[in-house]
Design a protein around this ligand. Sequence first.
Ligand code: SF4
Ligand code: MG
Length: 320
Amino acid sequence: KQPLVEIRNLKKYFPIKKGIFGRTAGHVRAVDGLDFTIYKGETLGLVGESGCGKSTTGRTLLQLLHPTEGQVYYKGKNLVGLPPAELRKVRKDMQMVFQDPYASLDPRLTVFDIIAEPLEIHNVAQGKEKIRRVEELLNTVGLSSYHAKRYVHEFSGGQRQRIGIARALALNPMLIVADEPVSALDVSIQSQVINLMQDLQEQFHLTYLFIAHDLSVVKHISSRIGVMYLGRMVELADKRDLFDSPKHPYTRALLSAVPTPSPLIKKERIVLQGDVPSPANPPAGCAFHPRCSECMAICKTDRPALRQVDGRYVACHLYN
Ligand code: SF4
Ligand code: MG
């Protein structure tokens, strides 16, 4: 396995402004010390409730947001602090598919212009070649050149997400960060888009960071899965290991909400008490402790580090 992206001690804090002078009153610790690797050709699923820092992780990885601390290595090169011209070159390789295809595609542009835009920005195709490339991209995602002159409002949610994917593919990227690409779609459409993304991965040897808020969405497509809670990784494992024997109590709770394929397999639904605490004021020790049924004294004071346990990573005092 060859690392494509290596994230080291990544942090992203947002200042909280108070009062008319915009005084900084603390920080929201959206991403609070992440270490993980994305291997070439894999799909790493990233899961957690909303507000746990998944999107911020994706955006900080792509340098759409500047990290507060830490490094993001792409093919061994640290992207943090890279001069804009160099970053632009690397950014061709890394694209994003957004959660909401209604909001992320410009309604004033035709589908042709939406897909051609990255080709123009990076000066990779002009004239007839540009037209040919856009048609090819439309076909690749299951649309046709007949759709090119239309506007996004004329398309269904699933079709819009296909347009977003075509745009992301325009520059032949290596890595796609897909930020909840199917969350806004009907369940019946979700698997179509996921299947398309899997086909494209094979065809173009893509690497995915696939963000979702529940495990059932990433179950099919992921090779490995990372579970985030309040800006930190609490478990990172091969998909099979994670589904067969989840270690972290939070992973277990998330997993208990995934419907089983057979009604004969009975499982206890673990209902978490309370809401996710505010990332502006995370609980001391293990951030999950106020909601954890296995909380011990040490959990309230000491933050568990992400450690290797049985071939996966887990951050929990139960495994010390
Ligand atoms: Fe629960 Fe303690 Fe493990 Fe946190 S460290 S998940 S509180 S057992
Ligand atoms: Mg999000």
